[in-house]
Unconditional design. Structure first.
Length: 320
């Protein structure tokens, strides 16, 4: 599937082409003339846009399968597609630091509306020491005291509901003729998200333990909305490396609090989670920040709802 467009090429040539072009697989999808073309930056927004858009929308996701969004940047074809689209949906809150320059680079004749989907959510600020450049705003010289917006809004069903509403409103705005369809499909999405939210609230209220240890700091919104506390091995971005002394402190906390599982995720290496778990004598389990689907997730027809349901089941297991 990955190599669909370049099937005739010999494998070494394909590999060379991938190396030269920088960062692996391409985003999927092409502009369809008689639909509302919606370009989304990463999976959760793509999922909601596709569901709410239904047959009226052609959704193109920029982030390829199996890639996590923190260090991804767009390619020239993405600029071409987005220039021709009606709507460009991005998370905002500092997730896609490349967006301002990307928008400046669009064709001058482009009529695309850019919408920050996480707008209206009560953002969580963090003073986490950020050694990773999220793309422009906070460079290496940023000190540990400066505040950053935590971008991981979608990981809580409560804020995902607001994002879905923003997506619906932006679709109605660019394509008012199909308002009824957007409203109808949105109400189904909203129902599912509200049910998920209610289930998270009810189940997590029952668990006696409230502390979770995760690999990257992606669960602040989920923790805020459902009464948990996260301790992250890494920072906001999964490739921000922890310091040795932080790992020792975490191992002590795990022992002191009687924490039984260290959570890791599938799109980034589980090495540190495994190291910490071994150090503290506990096990590991998956907690998915739903930043993207893996190839396997796609084969198994996983989606935002099924992955969040699995997250809930693993949280219950770890915290009971
Ligand atoms: Zn993240």
């Amino acid at each position: 599937m990955l190599f669909k467009g370049i099937k005739g090429l010999a494998l070494p040539l394909i590999l060379l082409a991938l190396l030269l072009s920088g960062c692996g697989p391409k985003s999927s999808g092409a502009i369809v003339e008689d639909k509302v073309n919606v370009v989304t930056t990463f999976y959760p927004i793509y999922e909601f846009a596709k569901e709410i858009g239904g047959e009226d929308v052609n959704a193109i996701n920029l982030l390829p399968v199996g890639v996590e969004p923190h260090d991804w940047t767009p390619r020239s074809q993405d600029i071409v597609n987005t220039s021709k689209a009606q709507l460009f949906l991005y998370n905002g809150a500092g997730l896609e630091g490349w967006v301002p320059n990307f928008l400046k680079g669009l064709d001058s004749g482009s009529k695309v509306q850019a919408v920050e989907v996480s707008k209206g959510i009560n953002y969580i600020m963090t003073n986490e020491e950020d050694e990773h450049d999220h793309g422009g705003e906070h460079k290496e010289e940023a000190s540990g005291d400066s505040l950053h917006t935590d971008p991981h809004t979608w990981v809580s069903p409560k804020s995902a509901l607001l994002m879905a509403e923003n997506i619906k409103n932006s679709l109605v705005q660019v394509d008012p003729a199909h308002k009824d369809g957007y409203e109808e499909r949105y109400s189904k999405v909203a129902e599912r998200l509200k049910a998920l939210d209610a289930k998270f609230a009810a189940e997590l209220a029952k668990v006696p333990n409230k502390e979770i240890v995760v690999s990257h700091q992606a669960f602040a919104y989920l923790c805020r909305d459902y009464g948990l506390t996260q301790h992250a091995i890494m920072g906001l971005s999964p490739d921000a490396e922890p310091r040795g002394q932080d790992l020792v402190k975490l191992a002590e906390l795990v022992k002191k609090e009687g924490i039984r599982y260290i959570f890791f995720e599938e799109l980034v290496s589980d090495k540190l989670a495994k190291t910490l778990a071994a150090e503290a004598g506990v096990s590991t389990m998956v907690l998915n920040p739903v930043e993207g689907l893996t190839e396997q997730d796609q084969k198994n027809n996983e989606n935002y709802y099924t992955l969040m349901e699995k997250n809930l089941q693993n949280l219950i297991l770890a915290l009971k």
